[in-house]
Design a protein around this ligand. Structure first.
Ligand code: F6P
Ligand code: MN
Length: 330
């Protein structure tokens, strides 16, 4: 029988996998994602398309929806009593829980709208979140800098033909589909305990950056392109959705390797994706589904973060291929 997210979380609570605060927080994230879903599906009708006229801390031009969804996220979780603070791709610094609300034991980091360049073309976008334990005392940006291995929960919501919430609380990966009629996230039995195939014949990388890649990635992608007459002895297909949420979702559903390597375009940036609210939560999901995630040298979840908005190279997905490209870096 199909159960909904609330029932699933209640079971995790009674099994002692999560506590009441985490249960409340995850239910709040699910609720606010329905509001984001409403905004993104109405698009032009809600007047939410186009640029906001501001830049975020990474110097990227913010879309109206980046700003709106950030607000929805903040307002959706700040009151829960589960949080000591939060941090977002769209906020320069962290936001400790306002004094008006009860302080809780967790921190949440999020990318409120991943894949911003897809917004105006009605292609897949998503929301990513990572939850860790808060340290005692005053909350500052440094309070968030724990390795991804310490995450308590992580997930994403993907807004596409279907709206799907994918979650791990450390005992596997579960996918819930939003029933727009009832407003419930439903766990389909086929989407329980997702496993990523170890082998794959599908890769995803932005090929337009090829000339900027470092030698190990050049070598690996040449081998993928060489197909069944090359050293890997099989043909590969390629996909690029330009929204990490959609790429990770595909990898979880049918395997594959997704790569965003560091490159020589801007040597100050070790990759494009952000560690704390993109690479870490996605790597937690990927490992929980039996896949691997590295920065070419180390498991992403073992990296010691240095800055809230730091960037990282990402190779994630089917274990055999992630291990191969990682070995080329050694
Ligand atoms: O958040 C950054 C992001 O939008 C990811 O979702 C996506 O994987 C990537 O950037 C797309 O990058 P590019 O613009 O190089 O295609
Ligand atoms: Mn993003």
């Amino acid at each position: 029988m199909a159960i909904n997210l609330q029932q699933f979380l209640a079971k995790q609570l009674s099994d002692g996998v999560i506590d009441q605060q985490l249960c409340d927080l995850l239910n709040a994230v699910a609720d606010l994602s329905k509001e984001i879903n409403d905004k993104v599906t109405h698009g032009a009708l809600a007047g939410v398309l186009g640029f906001a006229g501001t830049d975020n801390v990474q110097g990227e031009h913010q879309k109206k929806l980046d700003v709106i969804t950030n607000e929805i996220f903040v307002e959706g979780v700040e009151w829960t009593g589960a949080l000591a603070g939060m941090a977002s791709e769209e906020m320069d610094h962290c936001l400790p829980t306002p004094a008006a609300y009860k302080r809780g034991k967790y921190l949440i980091m999020f990318d409120p709208l991943d894949g911003s360049s897809n917004i105006d073309i009605n292609a897949p976008i998503g929301t990513i979140f990572s939850i860790t334990k808060a340290p005692e005392g005053k909350i500052a940006d440094e309070s968030f800098l724990t390795p991804g291995r310490k995450q308590i929960a992580a997930g994403y919501v993907m807004y596409s033909p279907q709206t799907i919430l994918t979650l791990t609380v450390g005992n596997g990966v579960f996918m819930f589909t939003l029933n727009l009629g009832t407003g419930e996230y439903i766990l389909k039995t086929t989407k329980e305990n997702i496993r990523i195939p170890v082998q794959t014949q599908e890769f995803a990388i932005n090929m337009s950056n090829m000339r900027h890649w470092e030698a190990p990635v050049q070598k690996y992608v040449q081998e993928l392109l060489a197909g069944d007459t090359g050293p890997l002895g099989k043909n590969f297909n390629m996909r690029w959705v330009a929204a990490m949420v959609a790429e990770v979702h595909r990898v979880l559903c049918r395997g594959g390797i997704f790569m965003y390597p560091r490159d020589n375009r801007d040597p100050s940036k070790p990759g494009k994706l952000r560690l704390m609210y993109e690479a870490n939560p996605m790597s937690f999901l990927i490992e929980q589904a039996g896949g691997k995630a590295t920065n070419g040298y180390q498991n992403i979840l073992d990296l010691q973060p240095e800055k809230l908005h730091q960037r990282v190279a990402v190779f994630l997905g089917s274990a055999e291929e992630v291990e191969r490209v990682t070995s080329y870096h050694e």
